[in-house]
Design a protein around this ligand. Structure first.
Ligand code: NDP
Length: 445
């Protein structure tokens, strides 16, 4: 690492002790942008690096709520308004017991560059809570969402900060959050949240967008090698929003997804994942992947295991951060995997990324490959601003065009900085440069 960059990194370590996920995300970006920093003295003079890794605002708050037995619970809420150089803060809310300040900061930091890559004029933010929606009744989830939004509502707005879903925050939670915001604000401000229901301001394709965009990106990567998805076996982790619609799109392009997982274990389904059954189990019944496996003749549920020992051509990690390590990559490559594209945010550990690069397989980071979700959220904001609802085909065409633009920009930028085919360097430099240039224009703030 260059001395100047190392100094900035060490200062960040000093200032943010015990934030491993955040430091991991910062380190990856700092290492990638080294050649850019070498060429841009103006970035150093304006301390862009030190400013870009410091959130503009960090909000932490108490969320007190009552369960169905009138027991009082206390959770912690977060909203990190990381960078507004390109537009209002934009990024999801995660409700999961593993949420900490470090997790929300890493997600917010990644979001800055992802949002820049979409070209949609949105800044970066992220939020959430250590609340676990699993096993809670609808009424308990509603009371939690209302308590959470009561504080969050002071800090967001269509032109200020626009949250959306993430792990544990789907259509149900967005509905309760929007209802409470409307009650407090006393106005129908549709653009304050994205991922809304289709009959109250939502956009067609938003539900599918991250998974569809991911597979569009993977297809473009294969296209560079003269290949496509047709006939490929796809190993998918996770079983939520991103995983489900990645599988649906992979099947539409002639591939066959053969696995899913959740925090209790992995499912191998050699006949190909039945997407309609998966939606029924996960979206309607709120069940587990073991419930899916029980209804499929040849599927195996492997308790406590990951999906990475299953053989296939393509791996799409779509569950959570650091879910694939160096040994997993070695196993995947030995078993024939030629491409890894991140549906989740930061699912590969730093060692796993290095292993993928050493093996010369295709690897795409989440900030490029999973940008379809937030890109479509920006399209939802555009529809809200114009009081319009676009047709499914129109939104899907726009999503596809954005993903192909990001793909092209990653490759062109990687070429420009002497790292041909390196999607990580391409994504980090292309995203960073857009934000840094806007920060230069806007002065020292
Ligand atoms: P969902 O809540 O819909 O699904 C998450 C899935 O991942 C579930 O199957 C969940 O299983 C599993 N999972 C979560 N944590 C763990 C864990 N610690 N170990 C094993 N499995 C786990 O979330 P999404 O599909 O929306 O999000 C998945 C990933 O994609 C996240 O990294 C998110 O940040 C990223 N992403 C999401 C976008 C979106 O539009 N939704 C956009 C861009 C990125 P279980 O139920 O057992 O916890």
């Amino acid at each position: 690492m260059d001395k100047y960059i190392e100094d900035v990194y060490n200062e960040s370590l000093r200032r943010n002790p015990i934030q491993p996920e955040f430091q991991q995300a910062v380190r990856e970006v700092l290492e990638s942008v080294e050649p850019l920093l070498a060429a841009r003295k103006d970035y150093r003079d304006a301390a862009i690096l030190a400013r870009i890794i410091e959130p503009e605002r960090q909000i932490m708050f108490r969320v007190a709520w009552e369960d169905d037995q009138n027991n009082v619970h206390v959770n912690r809420g977060y909203r990190i308004q990381f960078n507004s150089a390109l537009g209002q803060y934009k990024g999801g809310l995660r409700f999961h017991q593993s949420v900490t300040l470090s997790v929300v900061k890493f997600l917010g930091f990644e979001q800055i560059f992802k949002n820049a890559l979409t070209g949609q004029g949105i800044g970066g933010g992220k939020g959430g809570s250590d609340f676990d929606p699993h096993g809670k009744s609808d009424n308990e989830v509603m009371r939690f969402c209302q308590a959470f939004m009561t504080e969050l509502s002071r800090h967001i707005g269509a032109d200020v900060d626009v949250p959306a879903g993430d792990i544990g925050v789907g259509a149900r939670e967005i509905g309760y959050l929007f209802g409470q915001y409307k009650r407090l604000a006393n106005r129908n401000e549709a653009g304050v949240l994205t991922g809304k229901g289709l009959n109250w301001g939502g956009s067609l394709v938003r539900t599918q967008a991250t998974g569809y965009g991911l597979v569009t990106f993977a297809q473009a990567m294969l296209g560079e090698k003269g290949e496509d998805m047709d006939g490929k076996k796809v190993i998918v982790s996770g079983s939520g929003n991103v995983a489900t619609y990645a599988i649906e799109k992979a099947h539409a392009l002639g591939a066959q997804a053969i696995s899913i997982s959740d925090s209790s274990g992995a499912v191998y389904d050699p006949d190909g994942i039945d997407v309609e059954l998966l939606k029924q189990v996960k979206e309607v019944e709120r069940g587990r992947v073991s419930d899916y496996a029980a209804r499929r003749p040849n599927a195996q549920f492997r308790a406590g295991e990951h999906v990475w020992s299953i053989a296939g051509d393509i791996a799409l990690p779509c569950a959570t951060q650091n879910e694939m390590n160096e040994a997993d990559v070695a196993t995947l490559v030995n078993n024939g995997v030629k491409l890894i594209a991140e549906g989740a945010n930061m699912p590969l550990t730093p060692d796993a990324i290095e292993a993928a690069q050493r093996s010369h397989i295709l690897y795409a980071p989440g900030k490029a490959a999973n940008a379809g979700g937030v890109a479509t959220s920006a399209l939802e904001m555009q529809q809200n601003a114009g009081m319009a609802q676009w047709a499914f085909e129109k939104v899907e065409d726009r999503l596809r065009a954005i993903m192909l633009d990001i793909h092209r920009e990653c490759l062109e930028t990687a070429d420009e900085y002497g790292k041909p085919g390196d999607y990580m360097v391409g994504a980090n430099i292309a995203g960073f440069r857009k934000v840094a240039d806007a920060m230069l224009d806007q002065g020292v703030i």
